[in-house]
Design a binder for this molecule. Structure first.
Ligand code: NAD
Length: 408
């Protein structure tokens, strides 16, 4: 890794110190005026399906990386995380309006399913050559809406190692004229769905009671507290939203580090959390038959290791190399395990002392820096503010001034 050189000759140190040049950024989006830096850290202790991973995480929030690493260490005592994922199948939607006879139009689409799928494969390019392509095609009716009835066609397509937005959008646009002809209706929207529930990843793992506390009755109390917190999130949308935000702290950080589309992942995760009509938690925690803590999580995760920004962003390339994942599915499985670790860390802290204790020290560090403390003074300012229980910017400024005088 030390002599890592990217395709265009960028060296490791340059990539880690900002990564993206203004010229590269200019080729990615419009009206570029600069690049915006975020911290990238590496979470440790992750063992997933018996393999060790270093996890690159890009996040601005203190304590996320440390919490993920600590949680992974506890799961490691139980053998690490196990994961599973669906094939990388994306869903493309075609909206059909002004259909006279919904039933016979739906039948016509279903009768032409094989032809439509073969036609979609014609524009699948290298994805089809790599073993991907159309997997299924369904149609359903929405009988009442603000604009009357409509049909919705879903094309399911395996996009291999890509996130697959372009491939699925191209495919639905390509078969749309045939859908119009078959149904006698007017085709309107043709676009992927970000509710990628044919492309889910799940992770589970066990934290042995003994790893939580050396005193068995204390360990039992901790497990009970975590299970109670889980039950709260399973039943209450207000709690579930915050519970899932904790999941996404971990997930987004790896999604961003690897150059993937975090808005797509966020949209899919929350829609999936509401799939039963009421918003619930993406994970759950239980005490198992041996008295240990069992945790599991499942959500849609459409991430790629090719295409989009994964190829263009030098730091994303480095992050993928650090992870050493070989497929989009493996990346999704790593990400879902990080989500579970992050979630566990937050729930454990909340069910114990509360999160403020650890968080406030990190907050104090940020305040000390914001108050202008030189790096060598930060620890001292943090110590004093924590001891006094006065973690405020004004106090940090006073201390920086006082300490600067004493060292002059
Ligand atoms: P892409 O089109 O840049 O790359 C995918 C292409 O890479 C494939 O079509 C294939 O030609 C090629 N490829 C090479 N090796 C491959 C392999 N092993 N497996 C699969 N394909 C391989 O990328 P994409 O994944 O289609 O698009 C992702 C981008 O689309 C993201 O940046 C996302 O933000 C954006 N996007 C998202 C939405 C949405 O989420 N609603 C909509 C439009 C665009």
């Amino acid at each position: 890794m030390a002599d890592w050189v990217q395709g265009d000759g960028q060296h490791l140190a340059d990539v880690l110190d900002g990564g993206l040049s203004v010229a590269q950024a200019d080729s990615m989006i419009e009206n570029v005026v600069g690049v915006y830096g975020l911290p990238m850290g590496v979470a440790t202790n992750f063992r997933i399906n018996g393999k060790d991973y270093l996890i690159p995480m890009v996040v601005e929030e203190p304590s996320v990386v440390a919490a993920a690493s600590n949680a992974a260490k506890l799961f490691r005592h139980g053998g690490g995380f196990q994961t599973q994922s669906d094939a990388p199948v994306m869903i493309g939607q075609i909206q059909v309006l002004e259909v006279e006879d919904l039933e016979s139009a739906m039948q016509a689409v279903l009768d032409a399913k094989a032809t439509l799928m073969a036609k979609a494969d014609m524009v699948g390019g290298s994805i089809v050559r790599r073993g991907g392509g159309a997997r299924d095609l369904t149609v359903r009716a929405i009988r009442e809406s603000a604009v009357g009835s409509m049909l919705v066609v879903h094309l399911m397509m395996d996009v291999r190692d890509a996130m697959g937005a372009n491939a699925i959008n191209t495919a639905v646009e390509h078969i749309a004229p045939d859908i119009a002809e078959l149904t006698g209706g007017r085709v309107h929207l043709r676009i992927l769905s970000n509710l990628t529930d044919a492309r889910k990843a799940k992770a589970w793992g066990t934290v042995p009671a003994g790893a939580l506390h050396h005193d068995p009755s204390e360990a039992k109390r901790i497990i009970r507290g975590i299970v109670e917190a889980s039950a709260f999130a399973e039943e209450d949308p207000y709690r579930a939203t915050t519970h899932n935000k904790g999941v996404m702290n971990g997930i987004d950080a790896v999604v961003i580090a690897t150059g993937n589309d975090w808005r797509a992942i966020e949209a899919g995760a929350h829609a999936f959390a509401a799939r039963r009509g009421s918003y619930t938690s993406l994970s759950r925690f239980r005490e198992d038959a041996s008295g240990d803590l069992y945790a599991e999580i499942e959500l849609p995760l459409a991430v790629g290791i090719v295409g989009g920004a994964t190829r263009v962003h030098p730091t994303a390339q480095l992050a993928l190399q650090l992870l050493g994942v070989q497929s989009a599915q493996e990346l999704a499985e790593v990400i879902v395990a990080v989500g579970l670790a992050q979630n566990f860390a937050a729930v454990k802290a909340l069910a114990g002392d509360g999160i403020q204790k650890g968080h406030m020290r990190l907050h104090a560090k940020q305040l000390a820096l914001a108050a202008g403390a030189p790096v060598e003074m930060v620890a001292q300012v943090v110590d004093i503010m924590t001891r006094e229980g006065q973690i405020r910017l004004e106090r940090a400024k006073e201390l920086v001034q006082q300490l600067s005088h004493t060292t002059e």
